[in-house]
Design a binder for this molecule. Structure first.
Ligand SMILES: *Cc1c(COP(=O)(O)O)cnc(C)c1O
Length: 370
């Protein structure tokens, strides 16, 4: 058994993938070819926004919107500690200061009450500009965007949704990546919509933001490639990656439903055994991961391993305790919920084609070992 098995999906759409790749080899437009534009249009429509822009990775999809907003030294960007390093790495890369906010113990997403407390604290200290907020849709579930957007408005900040795990999910009937000023997702192979390499996308309804993203994606270009009006990056999505994604996108909705079925069945059978994921009524999760809590996870994971079942820990060490952010001066005890989750959480196999037989094996093994 694999933790995420991409083979079933490939078998299902292999002809389409092959044909799309052959098309790219035939037309030869490897950089920003027509497939990139087509994917941008399709995903913008899916997300329900005006503009989408294909970029080189989920990390670039977070970095570029910060560049659009001229984030730099003396700016505070509020985000979570219980996430993948990329969420906060991009803040520090631009010389700004990540301010880590604790999470809700049930959804693992940013706690909006603590967000406002953290903002007030930074405001009182008076050293940093209140610049932006990066909430994360952890494991596929959207954060509390009505509250977050209201707080951002009150303090004059932008909101960048890190939907690297959340693409395909929705909040109060609206798709992720349409919920804030800018949405960002990742096409890393293991993400809900993954390609066979790196890739990402930014989403916005704001034409000015879109135009700046287009410029930053190609080295800060102005009217043409050799007119550089700002400092940018090489942030382009490869045509080949877009071609593969076009094939995968055709079955994406179906796959989101299949993930939901797997999650429902897991939760039904595991509710009394371990702490299963909680999804708010107004949310639909993209189920990037199915993560459970157990006070002695090492024991349960060892038992699963003996039964041939792979597991993973997202995330064993919250970012405020990582050496990469040591200069920020956080210490153990600063974000107790993030720290507790990091100590008890682990994820079990989750992908659309995980069959009931394998699910039952996983469930039985957890029951035996919990
Ligand atoms: C995967 C991920 C990223 C980064 O995406 P890449 O495509 O790997 O650069 C950012 N944030 C979160 C929450 C992620 O899970």
């Amino acid at each position: 058994m694999q933790f995420i098995d991409l083979n079933f999906q490939q078998q299902k759409i292999k002809d389409k993938i092959d044909a799309n790749i052959q098309n790219v080899l035939a037309h030869g437009k490897y950089i920003l070819g027509p497939e990139v534009k087509e994917l941008e249009q399709k995903l913008a429509e899916y997300a329900g926004v005006e503009y989408a822009i294909g970029v080189a990775s989920g990390t670039d999809a977070l970095l570029m919107p910060l560049m659009v907003n001229d984030v730099g030294p003396n700016d505070a960007i509020f985000t979570v500690s219980f996430t993948f390093i990329a969420t906060a790495e991009v803040i520090k890369l631009l010389g700004a200061t990540p301010v880590f906010v604790d999470i809700e113990p049930d959804t693992f997403n940013i706690d909006v009450n603590k967000l406002e407390e953290a903002i007030e604290k930074v405001k009182k200290e008076g050293k940093l500009n209140l610049k932006g907020i990066i909430p994360v849709d952890l494991f596929g579930q959207p954060a509390d965007y009505d509250e977050i957007n209201a707080i951002a408005k009150k303090y004059g900040m932008f909101v960048l949704e890190d939907a690297a795990q959340g693409f395909g999910g929705s909040y109060k009937g609206k798709k992720t990546c349409s919920l804030t000023d800018i949405g960002a997702t990742s096409f890393f192979p293991a993400k809900p919509l993954g390609t066979y390499g790196d890739g990402g996308m930014c989403f916005t309804n704001d034409k000015e933001i879109y135009d700046r993203l287009l410029s930053i994606r190609v080295h800060g270009k102005g009217s043409h490639k050799y007119d550089n009006v700002r400092v940018g990056i090489n942030g382009r999505l490869d045509t080949l990656m877009a071609a593969i994604l076009l094939a995968k996108f055709e079955i994406f909705n179906e796959e989101i439903n299949l993930r939901q079925n797997v999650a429902n069945r897991y939760s039904e059978k595991l509710d009394d055994v371990v702490k299963t994921p909680f999804v708010k009524d107004h949310n639909i999760s993209a189920w990037a991961q199915y993560s459970i809590l157990h006070p002695d996870r090492e024991k349960v994971m060892a038992g699963l391993k003996e039964d041939g079942i792979p597991t993973a820990i997202y995330y064993p060490k919250p970012l405020h305790l990582q050496d990469a952010f040591a200069d920020l001066g956080y210490k153990y005890g600063d974000l107790p919920v993030s720290e507790k989750m990091a100590a008890e959480i682990f994820s079990i196999p989750m992908y659309p084609y995980l069959n009931e037989n394998n699910q039952d094996k996983i469930v039985e093994s957890i029951k035996k070992n919990a």
